[in-house]
Design a protein around this ligand. Structure first.
Ligand code: DQA
Length: 143
């Protein structure tokens, strides 16, 4: 069984982008942390990142047939995208929303999330460890 780890805009620059907020670790490090949790539990992780909203929506549609669960860091689309929320409503498995930074400690516009209206759980401010914890949660939900 496969768990999609989906990442939105600018996260390709994780490690270089505002390291004081997001840290120095990269998406490759995220993938390794997630695989370390998923593999022993019998799951495979597929980490993807895009800067294009339509691509993200297409991946969520693909997840309907290909993934048992979605862990998603929607990045800035969290705060803007009804289209992403609607796409996630078409997916029936567990969805966990992850933010590396504590969005509630930041600007007001980051306090609202469209994605949270669908997410089964939300993790914010735990750095990239948040992704591994989200994977641990979906592994236990999926048994
Ligand atoms: C983020 C928080 C968002 O507000 C921001 O737009 C991001 C990353 C996080 O992981 O902390 O790009 O989702």
């Amino acid at each position: 069984k496969t768990i999609y780890i989906l990442n939105g805009p600018n996260l390709n620059l994780l490690g270089q982008r505002q390291p004081e907020i997001y840290g120095r670790e990269t998406l490759a490090d995220v993938e390794r942390l997630c695989a370390d949790v998923a593999t022993p539990a019998g799951f495979t992780v597929r980490l993807m990142q895009t800067n294009h909203e339509g691509q993200m929506i297409d991946w969520i549609h693909a997840a309907r047939h290909e993934a048992a669960a979605i862990v998603i860091n929607p990045a800035a689309w969290t705060h803007t995208s009804v289209a992403l929320l609607d796409a996630l409503h078409t997916f029936e498995g567990p969805v966990i929303e992850v933010h590396i930074s504590n969005v509630h400690k930041r600007e007001e516009f980051r306090h609202h999330s469209y994605v949270s209206l669908r997410a089964d759980g939300v993790i914010a401010g735990l750095g990239i460890e948040g992704y591994a914890l989200a994977v641990r949660r979906v592994c236990s939900l999926l048994g």
